[in-house]
Design a protein around this ligand. Structure first.
Ligand code: FAD
Length: 500
């Protein structure tokens, strides 16, 4: 009889673990507390629009890398159309200039030099670093634990320029790098790129993948992507039970033996994989007993990606004049917008004029990821539902106003405008602090490898965006696969990537 693997959570990491479990002959059941698969990578319908709740780019979307092979094995490449945009983000009107982060580094360099010839040295440093990162590649086809000394030596020797660049840029935050520019315009653009405390390596990686043309947007967004992943899992005979919240991991003599679900039912399993929020799994479901001090400290001190107010709007018009880009168009606000304890002077809107599947004909979906803090929304939500609703409405109205002022002709065609908050993220996916991508890859975090299993607890593995600082879809997918590779090692069976 096949051994049973119980998987907590049907996000990308849980589905990936489930797919490889089935390929390798295990009986797999995913227990998902919600009513659909996807976790934070979800879409939802609203008045004929299909709101893309996650994917802007899929790293590994083009052939030639281990990640592409992984996505292929997971069944999300075939039949998918990927858009490779020529710009990462476009900033409107910084001190009177538009700034484009072109994905072609030669175009990027020329454009930045036109804006600030006096910054030639730092612009050259930037584009050289992007090229170095683009030319390197570490093996991502195996769990870290399964690489031997020779694998490491080979990987390091064949990637020396990348190793040197990472050694340098891991230690520098985006904020610190931005200060190198003499030009206010470029500095402001950098400071608005993403979370400022992130290490420069992470920034370089995004631009390097885009430069290589392997950071495509899959048409249909998150919902269609998850449909494919779920179909692959079910076609392999995998099962998902929805509405099943894991409330305890059952342990006997230092071995995980099953789960308690919804506080009343128990199920037995040969292995347990957690593909859910790391914090609640370690400190609630396992009850701290197996967590070593290093991990405890990391969970107490590392910064998480901020949570979001996620704005979405349906507009009954087209936007041919806006060039598509990976994360969208960043526009200045006429007055600063307070969102929890964050003050925003500019907001990036994604105008989905390149994905007609997300809106009825002649209409366009617009979204925006607005960083905010969990505590503010938690207090507000606990204190007064009315005040919570009013705050969501205030922010939504302000964002619609900003679009109206900058792009024009919005309000007359607005069909809906909505906001999800950190409370939505927390209730919907259980992620700690409502974080949308796990740990922020700060210079401190890039030095850490968070454990996916613990001494003194066998038959238990963790995967998902809490296991690798920086999070995102690729680590979610490969950490799910890695958990099955490690189980195959434990069971002394050869790991397979395909059922054929
Ligand atoms: C707006 C937005 C934009 C993004 N853009 C990108 C992008 O362009 N590219 C990219 O690579 N990444 C992007 N990400 C991040 C990426 O989507 C996530 O990092 C990834 O999907 C995380 O997958 P996961 O399986 O690790 O976790 P999750 O998606 O959090 O899945 C965990 C699952 O576990 C379930 N669960 C939790 N607790 C329990 C329990 N006790 N019992 C049972 N089930 C439980 C949850 O309901 C959930 O379904 C974005 C995210 C957001 C929100």
């Amino acid at each position: 009889m096949s051994k049973k693997i119980a998987i907590i959570g049907a996000g990308i990491s849980g589905l990936s673990a489930g797919i490889f479990a089935r390929i390798n002959g295990f009986d797999a059941v995913i227990y998902e507390m919600g009513q659909k698969a996807g976790g934070v990578c979800s879409s939802w319908e609203r008045q004929g629009y299909y709101v893309n709740g996650s994917i802007h780019w899929l790293v590994g979307s083009a052939p030639g890398t281990d990640l592409y092979d992984l996505w292929h094995q997971l069944g999300v490449i075939e039949g998918n159309t990927f858009h490779n945009h020529s710009s990462f983000v476009e900033y409107k009107n910084i001190r009177g200039r538009d700034v484009h982060f072109f994905t072609d580094i030669h175009k990027l360099k020329k454009h930045f030099l036109e804006i600030s010839p006096e910054d030639e040295k730092v612009i050259q440093e930037l584009t050289d670093a992007i090229e170095t990162v683009a030319n390197g590649s570490f093996p991502l086809d195996r769990a870290f634990e399964l690489l031997n000394a020779w694998d490491w030596t080979k990987a390091l020797l064949s990637n020396l320029p990348l190793v040197v660049a990472m050694g340098k840029y891991n230690q520098i935050s985006i904020k610190a790098f931005a200060q190198k520019f003499q030009s206010d315009i470029l500095r402001i653009a950098f400071e608005n790129f993403w979370a400022l405390e992130m290490s420069m390596t992470f920034f370089l990686m995004q631009l390097a993948y885009a430069y290589k043309g392997t950071a495509g947007y899959p048409l249909g967004g998150s919902g269609r992507f998850i449909e494919k992943l779920e179909k692959r899992y079910r076609d392999l005979g995998g099962k998902i039970e929805f509405g099943q919240k894991a409330t305890k991991i059952l342990v006997e003599n230092g071995r995980a033996i099953g789960l308690e679900l919804n506080h009343h039912q128990t199920i037995q399993a040969d292995y347990v994989i957690s593909a859910a929020d790391g914090h609640s799994v370690l400190f609630e479901l396992l009850g701290e007993a197996f967590v070593d001090d290093k991990t405890k400290t990391a969970y107490q001190t590392l910064k998480t990606f901020p949570s979001l107010v996620y704005f979405s709007a349906g507009v009954a018009r087209t936007f041919e004049e806006i060039p598509p880009s990976i994360v969208g168009v960043n526009i200045p606000l006429t007055a600063p917008l307070q969102v929890g304890n964050y003050t925003h002077e500019r907001i990036t809107f994604q105008i989905y004029n390149f994905d007609p599947t997300l809106a009825p004909h002649g209409k366009t979906l617009i979204t925006a990821m607005v960083d905010t803090d969990y505590e503010f929304w938690q207090n507000l939500h606990e204190h007064s539902q009315e005040a919570y609703r009013a705050e969501r409405q205030r922010i939504s109205d302000a964002l619609v106003d900003a679009l109206e002022k900058k792009l024009g002709n919005i309000k007359a065609h607005l069909e809906f405008a909505d906001t999800a908050t950190p409370i939505t993220y927390k209730n919907w996916t259980g992620n700690h602090n409502g974080s949308y991508e796990g740990w922020l890859p700060t210079p401190e975090a890039t030095k850490l490898k968070l454990p996916s299993h613990f001494k003194g607890l066998s038959h238990f593995y963790m995967c998902g965006h809490w296991v690798t600082p920086g999070g995102g879809m690729p680590p979610a997918a490969y950490s799910g696969r890695d958990a099955i590779q490690l189980i195959c090692r434990d069971e002394k069976i050869h790991f397979k990537t395909s059922e054929l």
